[in-house]
Design a protein around this ligand. Structure first.
Ligand SMILES: NC(=O)c1ccc[n+]([C@@H]2O[C@H](COP(=O)([O-])OP(=O)(O)OC[C@H]3O[C@@H](n4cnc5c(N)ncnc54)[C@H](OP(=O)(O)O)[C@@H]3O)[C@@H](O)[C@H]2O)c1
Length: 276
């Protein structure tokens, strides 16, 4: 595909670098300023452009600005995109209608969201291979995007615009929420004089189990077993060592009890528990 990148940030450069390595042609990079476009082409090649000039002939415009700028940038480049066949944004949340100014200019529109964290172009490009990519588009663009995803070693999957907010919430739950638990664990390990690294094999095995047998069946530990006395002793220890984590610890206990059908027994203990 002949691709034009608009928004040479972390995600756009990661995808463009992966696409270039797969044999696609990065024809141009459009930056907010010529300097930022030039910094982009130093990484992915092509011609440096600003949003106010006519775009060269291309198959796909990859619009990779932050979510809140997508609509305004689409409107800004629409009058210059007559030689471009299609456009996608790469947001997991924004609907395809955010690109309506480009659709009105005759481009086929869609979205192409890599379900992966892309912190910089090199690491991001390497991570695209093996990632899953959410594709929202009508045919024939959809088929081309599926091919593009496969060509960079990713697994494409369909997502409707209507499901994107929920999909985005699920992605946040998967990527961000475990870090709250791991931050708590890290602080409590430290307070106990144990290096956080000691938990790595355990955590990696748990994550592996979640994908191998499902997150609910993977649950182990005192809450899943209904061992109320052990959890009471844990609450005592957390209260003594680092009370700032007590609320979160109790909230996780409450949620695990709900997941394992043990709410009643643990609610009773949490209601009557006193540090001691
Ligand atoms: N990073 C990730 O892990 C990741 C993963 C999946 C999807 N995404 C999606 O990727 C998109 C971009 O996120 P990001 O993390 O890559 O953000 P980012 O690093 O801040 O990059 C955004 C880029 O867009 C540029 N830009 C802003 N306004 C522009 C304009 N008017 N014309 C041309 N370029 C403009 C910015 O330029 P300035 O530097 O001048 O502001 C910057 O280069 C978002 O939709 C996000 O949801 C990100």
């Amino acid at each position: 595909m002949r691709i034009i990148l608009v928004g040479p940030g972390r995600a756009g450069l990661s995808l463009s670098l992966a696409a270039r390595a797969a044999g696609h042609d990065i024809r141009a990079v459009v930056g907010r300023t010529l300097d930022s476009a030039q910094a982009g082409i130093a990484i992915v090649g092509g011609q440096p452009l600003t949003p106010d000039v006519d775009l060269p002939e291309a198959d796909l415009l990859l619009l990779a600005t932050r979510d809140e700028a997508i609509g305004a940038v689409a409107a800004q480049i629409a009058p210059h995109a007559g030689a471009v066949a299609s456009a996608v944004h790469i947001s997991g949340l924004a609907p395809v209608t955010t690109l309506d100014p480009l659709a009105e200019a005759g481009l086929a529109t869609g979205s192409f969201h890599p379900l992966q964290t892309l912190p910089n172009p090199e690491t991001g490009a390497a991570r695209i291979s093996g990632a899953w990519i959410a594709v929202t588009a009508a045919e024939p663009l959809k088929g081309r995007l599926v091919e593009l995803a496969r060509s960079v070693g990713a697994s494409p999957f369909d997502i409707d615009d209507a499901h994107k907010p929920l999909y985005h919430a699920a992605a946040a739950a998967a990527a961000n929420f475990p870090l709250a638990a791991l931050t708590m664990a890290s602080d409590l390990f430290e307070a106990a004089g144990v290096p956080f690294d000691a938990a790595r094999p355990l955590v990696e095995a748990v994550v592996g189990n979640a994908f191998d047998i499902g997150p609910r069946p993977a649950l182990t530990g005192p809450v899943a077993r209904g061992d109320v006395d052990t959890v009471r002793a844990q609450l005592d220890a957390v209260a003594a060592a680092d009370p700032s984590w007590l609320g979160a610890f109790a909230a996780f206990v409450r949620e695990l009890a709900r997941l394992t059908g043990r709410s009643e027994e643990f609610e009773e203990m949490l209601r009557t528990w006193e540090p001691g």
